[in-house]
Ligand binder design. Structure first.
Ligand SMILES: [Zn+2]
Length: 324
């Protein structure tokens, strides 16, 4: 069903994804494990392990890997080695290596090490914005405006990706009205973000809340400006991703091994596991460009290093049983 309906749902600008294979829709995966994943892992991960991990991910066929965050190490000690990680990874010209930037200071640090793409973030929820960044959602947008203004003098070619967190639910404010997401999304797009990643930060979204939120957004923008970012806390991530795909979204964020968690929801898991996502997409007849076997190996590597069993159900044992 997905493969058949895909083309009719696709906005014209996103149809270029079909050029590589006219019969298979292309879904781009943004791997966020090294940043969103590891940032929320309690185990300290040595810098050389992160570098080796990212280098392994670069060999899988992924097109975008978010590698670190230029935040103050006082806030996020796990990302304190951002400069070393960014400068020492073996970068491939075909891959984008975005870094998360919370403010102008972070932007300056990112540009000084040669970052070509940054990610900025705002929240659709007032409660989350205040707790997480100590400002209102509007002040969060203003902070992004400052970052964007600064890029013009530092590096006008820098690509800027926007995240909106808590797009359907918030640990403090509960259900989030689609209007709140639409307002922030409109602001970030007008500031010049090339794409907005819609984050179900605590994984409370369901097919119906996702659908309502995305349909509202499609009244003000096209699906090729949107990406989906689902955490799997309540087992809804793949269903929610399918909902986004049905509505024309073709970019999905995920973390290999389902790395990460959410400090705001007890027992929360991380992002949807990249391995499970790739397995599902290939099973649907979509193309990702990702070698599932290599992806599983990269996930196995980091799971062993942080001594945490992979959250992915598509693992080495499963692959061996069904594919070899
Ligand atoms: Zn996330």
């Amino acid at each position: 069903m997905f493969a058949n309906t895909v083309r009719s749902l696709l906005p014209r600008r996103a149809q270029s994804h079909f050029k590589r294979n006219l019969h298979k829709p292309f879904v781009k995966i943004v791997e966020v494990g090294p940043r969103d994943g590891l940032q929320n892992e309690p185990t300290h991960v040595p810098t050389d392990v992160k570098i080796e991990f990212i280098n392994k991910l670069s060999e899988t066929g992924l097109q975008s890997i978010e590698v670190t965050s230029f935040v103050s190490p006082k806030w996020v000690p796990q990302m304190g080695d951002n400069t070393e990680v960014f400068t020492k990874i073996a970068k491939k010209p075909s891959i984008s290596y975005p870094v998360l930037v919370p403010n102008v200071k972070g932007l300056e640090a990112a540009v000084s090490v040669g970052a070509k793409e940054i990610a900025v973030f705002a929240s659709a929820s007032e409660g989350f914005s205040r707790k997480n960044t100590n400002c209102s959602t509007q002040e969060g947008v203003n902070r992004i405006k400052e970052i964007v203004e600064k890029t013009k003098s530092l590096d006008s070619t820098l690509r800027i990706r926007g995240y909106i967190s808590c797009v359907v639910g918030c640990p403090y404010d509960g259900y989030i009205q689609p209007k709140a997401v639409t307002t922030i999304c409109e602001s970030l797009l007008s500031l010049g973000c090339y794409e907005i990643s819609l984050g179900d930060t605590i994984g409370v979204g369901t097919r119906s809340t996702m659908e309502k939120m995305i349909k509202d957004l499609l009244k003000i923008t096209s699906a090729d400006k949107l990406a989906i970012h689902c955490h799997d806390t309540y087992g809804q991530a793949l269903v929610n991703i399918c909902t986004a795909l049905d509505l024309g979204i073709r970019v999905v964020d995920s973390s290999v091994s389902g790395l990460g968690g959410c400090p705001y929801a007890a027992g929360a898991t991380g992002n949807v596991a990249s391995e499970d996502l790739v397995y599902m997409l290939h099973g649907m007849g979509a193309e990702t460009g990702v070698d599932l076997k290599k992806l599983i190996s990269a996930g196995h590597f980091i799971s062993e290093k942080i001594k945490k069993p992979t959250a992915s159900r598509v693992n080495k044992a499963m692959y061996k049983k069904y594919f070899q």
